[in-house]
Design a binder for this molecule. Structure first.
Ligand SMILES: *[C@@H]1O[C@H](CO)[C@@H](O)[C@H](O)[C@H]1NC(C)=O
Ligand SMILES: *[C@@H]1O[C@H](CO)[C@@H](O)[C@H](O)[C@H]1NC(C)=O
Length: 498
């Protein structure tokens, strides 16, 4: 998705670049030579520089650039073109219809999975229906959110996609099929053998997490990326307003997109009531009791928080960003729904960072009117602004945080700082108890803690140790959080395996 031209990084996602072997070694030699010269020069300069300057809080200018740098100094680029073995799709006369479930990001990644499934099963895909009954209560159709003609066109060589079932098949019997979660390619191949003998149409009621993260053919993985990052472009009203809002933010300089998951449903679901009053705690508890599909009813908020399983509070985010060295003049865009407690809990964060803005602060009510009653379309604006930001900070994990982080990795490892919530809580509690003060010491601890959490290039994590079967598949890092190495290629040099 090439949404905004103002980024310096503008490599096309399908651009495939390889240096021939001799020039790689020449390049490495050159680089070595250059580093040696640079090293000698920088050694010479050291006596001139007051060492303390580098660590002092009072000299933000020196830190300033480091705060925004892409964590990758090596060259990585998107690589999503099919391999030479890949064949152009046939016009199969059997169809998959699907209802895509969840919020925006669950739908986007789910649709990318289903496109790949249609490819494996040699089927034609009918444009997905979007779930209108879910929590999101959004009546948007596929074409309201995505550029449908572009979707069909850009997948032409991969999977045939059609707007509707052919007339003669509308009343044909359909196999209704709940696909297994995190399934392998062979699962779908076996299924195809059986199902197409009996049916010409299958209906899939849920699209999310239908494919495993790992151990799939390379061309299937690349297809998932082509779908998510190329084919699923937002519809032009969304794309255009998103671009406008990014430009407005940019006019003030760099900006941070903060995915602040301090929303009522999130706090209620996680049972996190730290810092809230009794009435609020009770309100959240009742909401949890009454939401049937949230299985966990009794939650000890303190334990939950100590495990790092609570979204950071707005105040904690403020301390966090300030400790990392971000200046109070920076613009922060809050990508989120309604913040719990309204302005109350935002006060401390706003005190530290007065240029705190929301959609409705940077867009006119006229501009937002047509999106207002469509949660999914609003979320798409947040998505665009987050992907394009100079720094993305999610206060909690989730589909949006994962999707945005993955997309930023794909576009050239744009920085994403993932707060170490478990580690931070220990520090925040010390501050509460008066054992630690905000200042250089805290700043150093927090900076150190996040050295390796800035979205640097690395291979996708496998499952947690000792996990078997479905739990193994469940605990693997999501393909869409980090499509490395299948869709992001390096120049052959070492990759930090962190
Ligand atoms: C799909 O079609 C190709 C030939 O185009 C064939 O090699 C492959 O086995 C088919 N796959 C399934 C699951 O039917
Ligand atoms: C919650 O857990 C904390 C820490 O384990 C414990 O001190 C506290 O008593 C627990 N609260 C309740 C209501 O069980």
């Amino acid at each position: 998705m090439q949404m905004v031209p103002c980024r310096s990084y503008s490599s096309s996602p399908v651009f495939h670049f390889r240096l021939p072997p001799p020039s790689i070694s020449a390049y490495v030699l050159l680089l070595l030579g250059f580093s040696a010269v640079f090293f000698i020069c920088s050694q010479r300069q050291i006596p001139d520089v007051d060492n303390k300057v580098f660590f002092s809080e009072t000299s933000p200018a020196i830190l300033e650039d480091q705060l925004w740098d892409s964590p990758s100094t090596l060259r990585y680029h998107p690589c999503v073109r099919p391999t030479h073995k890949y064949e152009v799709a046939n016009t199969w006369d059997r169809y998959i219809t699907v209802r895509s479930n969840g919020g925006l990001n669950q739908m986007r990644t789910g649709i990318s999975d289903i496109v790949a499934v249609a490819r494996i099963m040699n089927a034609t895909l009918v444009i997905p229906q979007l779930d209108k009954r879910s929590f999101w209560q959004d009546s948007s159709t596929f074409a309201d959110i995505f550029d449908e003609p572009h979707f069909i066109r850009s997948l032409r060589g991969d999977v045939r996609v059609v707007g509707h079932l052919p007339k003669e098949l509308e009343s044909a019997p359909r196999a209704r099929k709940h696909f297994s979660s995190w399934a392998s390619a062979s699962y779908y191949e076996d299924l195809a053998q059986r199902i197409w003998k009996e049916y010409q149409v299958i209906h899939v009621p849920k699209s999310d997490s239908r494919l495993a993260n790992n151990d799939l053919p390379i061309d299937i993985q690349k297809l998932r990326c082509r779908t998510l990052y190329n084919a699923l472009r937002f519809s032009s009203p969304i794309e255009e307003l998103g671009k406008k809002l990014v430009e407005r933010l940019r006019s003030h300089g760099r900006y941070i997109a903060l995915h602040l998951r301090y929303e009522k449903d999130m706090l209620s679901f996680t049972g996190c009531t730290y810092g809230l009053n009794e009435a609020e705690t009770e309100e959240l508890r009742i909401m949890r009791e009454n939401t049937n599909h949230w299985k966990l009813k009794k939650i000890n908020s303190t334990e939950q928080r100590n495990e790092g399983s609570c979204p950071l509070t707005p105040k904690e985010v403020g301390i966090f960003l300030q400790s990392l060295g971000y200046l109070s003049s920076i613009w922060i865009y809050i990508a989120a729904g309604e913040i719990f407690g309204g302005q109350t809990y935002l006060e401390d964060l706003r005190f530290r960072f007065p240029n705190l803005v929301f959609k409705d602060t940077i867009a006119t009510s006229e501009e937002l009117n047509k999106f207002a009653s469509h949660a999914t379309q609003s979320a798409a604006l947040d998505y665009i602004i987050s992907v394009e930001s100079d720094l993305f900070v999610p206060s909690y994990t989730g589909n949006m945080a994962r999707a945005v982080e993955g997309h930023r990795r794909f576009l050239g490892h744009r920085p994403t700082i993932s707060p170490d919530r478990k580690g931070l809580v220990v520090l925040f509690d010390k501050i509460d108890k008066g054992e630690l003060k905000e200042g250089p010491k805290l700043s150093q601890l927090i900076t150190q803690m996040h050295k390796l959490r800035k979205g640097a290039p690395r291979k996708r994590y496998g499952s947690l140790p000792g996990m078997k079967g479905r739990n193994r598949l469940r605990t693997e890092e999501s393909f869409y959080e980090n499509p490395f190495p299948e869709c992001i290629c390096g120049n052959g040099k070492t990759v930090h395996n962190i």
